[in-house]
Design a protein around this ligand. Structure first.
Ligand SMILES: [Fe+2]
Length: 382
């Protein structure tokens, strides 16, 4: 655990049913002409986009809508958004959607005052100036992009998924309105919730964890473990949705400051290679990562296991107990737990681990991981 640390979050975080429909009030303090970034269907079909545009209009703000952001946003999509925002002279961004939309809106806001294209920054050039102020309005409870300083983007030609990272990317305002998640399908509820749970566990076991992130991560795990299965079963239940939204918010606060781990690193490798959605990739990869790390993280995994209500004796193999219980949990909310369930051919596993795909979350794993270890790990969940 870190002795010295810094803790960063958006300047303001609003939580509560109905908060999302007050977005105009908040944006009006720093923008007049926001680019509203949305995905392909959900925001429009659920009526949420209309409510958000209504709130902006009531405050005299002229919104420009950039719609159609796909899951796993590519560099081209971000560049298209930058072009649109520049031509329309937008001075701020509102990103309304799941993690992909938030990451795309965040990248557009961050890059626009710095250059024409996201590409040089994706390749590692630092952002020299602050981005446009932006507001995050998540419609899923899970990815945590509303709190973090990174945008996960995909270079489609190289099937390379990695983070654009800068302190300038943090949202000015994050608004977590649990009612925005009420019409999410059971599948999306489960996938985003499992992502949040994995993020909390990885934040807690991260070498960058500190006393603040620990407190947040533990409460996040407790809430998600208890309420996610119920929110998947009863999506209309406002109480379950609110508890899951709280768990997701706390998880995001924790991992935004402690970092995610090897499970996320691996998920970013297999996701673009085999078109496996992020939440499901994280859900199936965590058990082998726990097994790989269980000797060096004994106490931490015991804490996690106890926090989610597992019981064991004095000589318990806590890592193994947790790995099994987690796999049952993932299956219980209806997600797949094997790579072959996605039609991945076994022979294809060898090509997944490439040097350029090995990012920070793998390099910082508490037990050093070789490319060979990573391949063995993938074999285990095939
Ligand atoms: Fe994630």
């Amino acid at each position: 655990m870190e002795e010295s640390f810094v803790f960063r979050l958006p300047q303001e975080i609003y939580f509560g049913p109905g908060e999302g429909r007050r977005v105009g009030e908040h944006l009006g303090r720093f923008g007049k002409r926001p680019l509203v970034v949305v995905g392909q269907r959900f925001a429009r079909e659920s009526g949420i986009l209309e409510d958000v545009l209504g709130s902006l209009a009531r405050h005299g703000l002229e919104a420009v809508v950039f719609s159609g952001v796909p899951p796993e946003p590519t560099l081209e999509v971000v560049d298209e958004g930058i072009r649109m925002a520049r031509e329309a002279r937008c001075d701020s961004v509102v990103a309304l959607g799941g993690g992909s939309v938030l990451d795309c809106g965040k990248a557009i806001a961050g890059v626009l005052p710095n250059g024409e294209s996201v590409v040089p920054y994706f390749e590692g050039a630092p952002l020299a100036r602050p981005g446009l102020p932006w507001i995050a309005l998540p419609t899923t409870a899970g990815t945590g992009s509303e709190m973090t300083n990174n945008a996960v983007l995909t270079d489609a030609t190289r099937k390379l998924k990695k983070s654009l990272r800068s302190p300038f990317l943090v949202a000015r305002v994050a608004i977590i309105d649990p009612t925005f998640t009420h019409s999410l399908s059971p599948y999306h509820t489960a996938a985003s919730g499992v992502d949040a749970l994995v993020q909390a566990i990885e934040a807690y076991t991260s070498p960058r964890a500190n006393v603040v992130t620990d407190v947040l991560a533990l409460e996040a795990m407790r809430l998600l473990w208890e309420y996610l299965p119920q929110a998947v079963r009863e999506g209309e239940n406002a109480f379950f949705r609110k508890q899951v939204a709280k768990g997701s918010m706390l998880s995001a606060m924790a991992f935004a400051n402690a970092s995610s781990g090897a499970c996320h690193g691996l998920a970013h490798m297999v996701g673009p290679e085999f078109a496996i959605p992020h939440g499901e990739a994280c859900g199936l990869l965590l058990p082998p990562v726990i097994r790989f790390n269980k000797e060096v993280l004994k106490e931490r995994y015991r804490d996690v296991a106890l926090c989610v209500g597992l019981q064991g004796g004095e000589r318990e193999d806590w890592g193994e107990l947790l790995a099994r219980a987690f796999e049952d949990f993932v299956r219980g909310v209806g997600l797949r737990t094997r790579l072959r369930d996605f039609g991945v051919p076994r022979e294809a596993l060898g090509g997944v681990v490439r040097e350029e795909r090995i990012g920070r979350s793998i390099l910082e794993n508490p037990r050093p991981m070789t490319p060979e270890d990573l391949r063995t790990l993938l074999e285990e969940v095939w």
